[in-house]
Design a protein around this ligand. Structure first.
Ligand code: MOS
Length: 749
């Protein structure tokens, strides 16, 4: 492809690549902390009940055991007693309301009921097998049907209205002269399964200083939450996490293992490492709630939507509130319609608390909506792309304000062209590759652009190098590389001479690496700090009689070329960073920026867009679905650096193919324990499942959104792809599977 130079930054190799491939990149639990001992959990194997007794004698006398922590002897930290009351989006989320080991109640299977601490991991694990827990079991609530009476319709999910509406959908949905559709789509529980399991090493120095090496998407959030939990001064809690081996949302909030590690370290008086076992990654660090979503659409015969209704039913747990805002983040933003109604119904069940998982809300919501649109296209006999163009939303459908820079039409056009969509024969089952059924499907993808608070520090040296620091994160996304690129451009220092440092709470504030906000938010803080740096240089130069800028006003001066500040309109009046610092006798200068969380913009909406086109081939005798081609076109504003950005889209598409065809956390209907709590039974795509994926970017830098022009890219790729696959399967077979994953049995029946 020809790169679009307007939006595509250079294709940088990952700056952390060599560290990773040589094993020198240290992940949280790989830090060697002197005297560190190991923890292994004991978990409940029933979903609801009361602990009546814990026999830990055998465990306590097993080799190497230092402590068996239970609700009877565990510390009871109380956040409510902390003096640090102010809790904002910048202060981290405790996902479970309840502290681990706080009482004898069991709320879900897999809940930690004891923690064994021993000299070695093997000793801790063996001793944990000796702990005997007795329960008075109660009948758990495990399904939406069983929880019907406890169903809630939350108005808000944090600050977001999750029940948005516009106009009245009922007249159009009852109007028999319109083309109408009402279908229910369901998605199963999905589990994140990053390669790096969550884990924490906690080390106390006395009672008031705590250091944690912790796999997290939010070092400042963990710092704040631990400070509140133990009533410590913020600067006495240090959180260190230079690398993350994948997260997808499961490391966004603070989970019980992080609290347990700190509690255990306090009790045993030496550092404790708690590396969550793979099995517990299915119960103790969240999952995507299953969803049941009913879409009702009404359109005129020429395809104009008249009403859209999206009712989602999802789960939460008894110990945490979670709302997967399926409709609010899909049907409420994607198409022009005079009437829109979104409802969310949440059922508390005795299953561990769901959490953020790559595009929480958008991902299942866009799946359901984009399948419904496809079904509508067949009812109307209108091409699926044409139907979407017919209902194109220039303005945000609920807020009725324009989108800052929406280029979805180009995405449809380029995607259709690259895919060869015009050669599609509309009739289901009409395309073949010898014996194989061929299906072509498409779907729109979308994700909002979020802004948060951030700060950055820049250090510029006389030798021409620079270091930029922010307590942000690289989840494996390429953030180190993107921030190095932004720092290089904004500071005016060559890429090779910039070191970007992240993953430590000692650095200036970085927001949660969630909601695809990091590149734009931290990028804006880097833009700010670069401006401050240029001003600091201008102050030095204007005071220096030897500088061509002597006696000018610093505020007339800005960067005019990489490594140079000067007067914008006078090329003779400029000076180099190196000369300014050298003449001032300074080895380096340092400045720090600070951005508050921005107010919501009420005049404009910020959203990224894209289109997936997908081909599947299916043997009619053994209906295994093979995805054979994907073309994805994304409009996300400026792409800071092309290679890692493309990889983010590839990863989203792969994960979306997994959602469509493979992934499902299945639960034992009696115990509520996941039956697929390992990577053999929980199927994710392998190389053989993934075809060539052709990724393109369209659009323009979104400078109305931020000075970097970038809207973020971590999540959009997964939205819509499951619908594109499901729509291609229908086109191949004439069979509409509305229940993910699309396994061969569902196509046989
Ligand atoms: Mo992402 S699910 O916002 O960590």
């Amino acid at each position: 492809m020809t790169p679009n130079t307007e939006i595509l930054g250079p294709a940088r190799n990952r700056v952390d690549g060599p560290l990773k491939v040589t094993g020198r990149a240290k992940y949280a639990v790989e830090f060697e902390v002197p005297r560190c001992v190991h923890a292994w959990p004991v978990v409940s194997n029933l979903a609801k009940g009361t602990i009546t007794a814990i026999d830990s004698k055998a465990a306590e006398s097993a080799p190497g055991v230092l402590k068996v922590l239970t609700h009877q002897n565990a510390p009871k930290p109380d956040e409510a007693k902390s003096k640090k009351k102010e809790v904002t989006r910048a202060s981290g989320i405790r996902i479970e309301d309840r502290n681990p080991l706080s009482d004898d109640q069991v709320h879900y299977a897999g809940q930690y009921v004891a923690l064994v601490v021993a000299q070695t991991l093997e000793q801790a694990r063996y001793a944990a097998s000796l702990v005997r827990v007795s329960y008075a079991p109660e009948k758990p609530t495990l399904t939406m049907a069983e929880a019907a009476e406890q169903a809630q319709e939350p108005k808000k999910n944090q600050e977001e209205n999750v029940q948005p509406k516009k106009g009245d959908v009922n007249p159009a949905l009852a109007n028999q002269s319109l083309v109408r559709l009402r279908e229910t789509y369901s998605t199963p529980t999905e589990t994140h399964n990053p390669i790096e399991m969550s884990g924490t090493i906690a080390a106390w120095e006395g009672d008031d200083k705590l250091t944690v090496w912790n796999a997290t998407q939010f070092v400042k959030g963990v710092q704040s939450l631990l400070a509140r939990t133990y009533d410590l001064d913020l600067e006495n809690v240090r959180v260190i996490c230079p690398f993350v081996g994948g997260a997808f949302g499961c490391k966004g909030a603070v989970w019980p293992h992080e609290l347990l590690a700190t509690m255990a370290a306090k009790v045993v008086g030496v550092p404790v490492k708690f590396h969550v076992p793979r099995k517990e990654m299915f119960t103790a660090t969240g999952h995507r709630t299953p969803t049941s979503q009913t879409l009702a659409l009404a359109a005129t015969h020429d395809g104009k939507l008249q009403a859209m209704q999206h009712v989602s039913q999802t789960l939460t747990s008894p110990v945490g509130e979670w709302t997967e805002s399926c409709g609010a983040r899909s049907t409420a933003v994607m198409y022009a319609s005079p009437a829109i109604r979104v409802e969310e119904i949440v059922y508390p069940v005795n299953v561990a608390t769901p959490t953020f998982m790559r595009a929480p809300g958008e991902c299942p919501g866009v799946y359901a909506l984009e399948c419904a649109l496809d079904e509508l296209s067949y009812l109307l006999q209108i091409d699926p792309v044409e139907l979407r163009l017919t209902n194109y939303a220039d303005n945000h459908p609920i807020k009725d304000v324009p989108f800052s820079a929406k280029h979805l039409k180009e995405a449809y056009q380029l995607g259709a062209e690259k895919f060869g969509w015009s050669k599609r024969s509309a009739q289901p089952g009409s395309m073949r590759d010898s014996e194989l059924l061929v299906g072509w499907g498409m779907a729109t993808c979308t994700y909002p652009a979020h802004k948060m608070a951030a700060a950055a520090k820049a250090i510029l040296r006389a030798d021409g190098s620079a270091t930029v620091q922010c307590a942000t994160h690289d989840l494996g996304t390429g953030a180190y590389t993107a921030f190095t690129q932004i720092s290089s451009e904004q500071l005016g220092v060559p890429f090779e001479k910039v070191t970007f440092e992240l993953g430590k709470s000692d650095y200036p504030f970085g927001p949660v690496a969630g909601g695809s906000n990091s590149t734009g938010t931290v990028g804006t803080a880097i833009h700010e700090v670069a401006g401050l740096l240029h001003q600091a240089l201008a102050v030095l130069a204007t005071k220096d009689p030897k500088s061509p800028l002597h006696n000018l006003q610093p505020n007339e001066i800005a960067m005019v070329a990489p490594g140079r500040i000067g007067l914008k309109n006078d090329p003779l009046k400029s000076d180099s960073y190196a000369d300014i610092l050298q003449r001032a006798g300074k080895e380096s200068i340092a400045v720090e920026s600070k951005l508050e969380e921005p107010e919501e913009n009420e005049k404009m909406a910020f959203q990224s867009w894209g289109a997936h086109f997908c081909e599947v081939k299916i043997d009619p005798l053994l209906p295994r679905v093979q995805v054979t081609r994907v073309v994805t076109v994304i409009d996300c504003g400026r792409v800071v650096t092309y290679k890692p950005a493309r990889s983010q889209i590839l990863g989203g598409v792969v994960m979306g193919i997994g959602m469509a065809l493979h992934e499902e956390t299945a639960y034992d209907p009696h115990t509520g324990l996941p039956a697929t709590a390992n990577l053999a039974d929980y199927h994710v795509p392998t190389n053989a499942d993934i075809p060539q994926i052709d990724v393109h970017f369209v659009g323009e830098p979104d400078f109305a959104f931020n000075p970097i022009g970038a809207r973020g890219i971590g999540e959009i790729g997964i939205t819509g792809i499951a619908a594109a696959v499901a729509n291609a399967v229908y086109h191949a077979t004439g069979k509409r599977v509305r229940d993910l994953p699309i396994t061969p049995d569902k196509l046989l029946s």
